[in-house]
Design a protein around this ligand. Structure first.
Ligand code: C2E
Ligand code: CA
Ligand code: CA
Ligand code: CA
Length: 275
């Protein structure tokens, strides 16, 4: 007579324990990785559509895991957010990226991704001001990319943070535009300088008249709002030509380059901009 509630629980327990255990191992692993310098930044160029030269490099985090190889951020950032490690990891990213950017030509900007969890830290503005001050990077070269998830939580507090960042001279970009629920109302309420149209719109550009119309409308709206429009995920010349036609000012994607390690940037700049 084991067919009672406990029997049922016993059945599920091992699987649940295993998942918790894996999570706890990943946690330990990640803390050690940060201490031992296993994280790396790759950079992907964002191109000026008109001149087809590099305008900005976006920093994209990678984890060079000793056993599992090079890991993409989707595999570990959600856990880092869950355990709060993203605040420390995000500060490492920012400082590393600002330091790297001081070695680029001064006309080239730096874009850094921020997690909603970082916006819950009271020290965010001081953290960013400190990184700029310590590395000597001019604030006008730094762009902070956030998704609308940042804006959902506490609108007043977030607006205050964004205004402080603007006062520092840093620019703000809305990432993954068009994938959330209230992107338009957020454009009105928050001081964005730039809108990054999500890859899901760009990748249809060749085949679907709808995507062309959406991109054209977003570009013309942003023009009226004095915001720059970037299309993400540009993979073909056809897509690039359509973007040009529809009035997008910047473009990012594998067509120009995949994300590359920091020490490959001088050669990449040469190849893309010409010597
Ligand atoms: P994201 O900010 O939207 O970054 C763009 C992602 O699209 C990158 O993936 C990039 O490699 C990929 N991508 C760029 N061009 C193309 C293209 O032409 N085709 C396709 N198929 N993909 C393209 P990645 O590097 O794996 O980053 C994934 C996400 O992880 C990022 O999305 C961002 O949300 C997050 N992330 C990356 N680095 C950081 C970081 O330092 N901090 C935080 N909080 N999040 C980060
Ligand atoms: Ca981004
Ligand atoms: Ca994006
Ligand atoms: Ca994304």
């Amino acid at each position: 007579a084991k067919a009672d509630g406990r029997g049922v629980w016993r059945y599920f327990e091992p699987a649940m324990n295993r998942r918790l255990q894996e999570r706890r191992l990943l946690e330990l692993d990640m803390r050690r990785a940060l201490a031992e310098g296993q994280f790396e930044l790759f950079y992907q160029p964002i191109m000026d559509v008109e001149t087809r030269r590099v305008k900005t490099f976006e920093a994209l985090l990678r984890w060079r895991h000793p056993e599992r190889g090079l890991l993409a951020p989707d595999l570990f950032i959600p856990v880092a957010e869950e355990i709060g490690l993203i605040v420390e990891l995000g500060e490492w990213v920012l400082r590393r990226a600002c330091a790297d950017a001081t070695r680029w030509p001064p006309g080239v900007g730096l874009a850094v991704n921020f997690s909603p969890v970082q916006f819950q830290s009271r020290h965010l503005v001081a953290q960013i001001a400190g990184a700029l001050c310590d590395t000597g990077l001019s604030p006008g070269r730094l762009e902070i990319e956030i998704t609308e998830n940042v804006l959902i939580k506490d609108k007043e507090a977030t607006l205050a943070i964004l205004q402080s960042l603007k006062a520092l001279g840093v620019r703000i970009a809305m990432d993954d535009f068009g994938t959330g629920y209230s992107s338009l109302s957020y454009l009105q309420a928050f001081p964005f300088d730039k809108v990054k149209i999500d890859r899901s719109f760009t990748c249809e550009l060749d085949q679907s008249r709808k995507s062309n119309a959406i991109i054209k409308a977003v570009a013309s709206m942003c023009d009226g709002l004095d915001m720059t429009v970037v299309a993400e995920g540009v993979e073909t010349e056809g897509q690039f030509e359509a973007l040009q036609r529809e009035g997008c000012s910047e473009a990012q994607g594998f067509l120009f380059s995949r994300p590359v390690a920091a020490d490959a940037l001088p050669a990449l700049l040469c190849a893309l901009n010409g010597a």
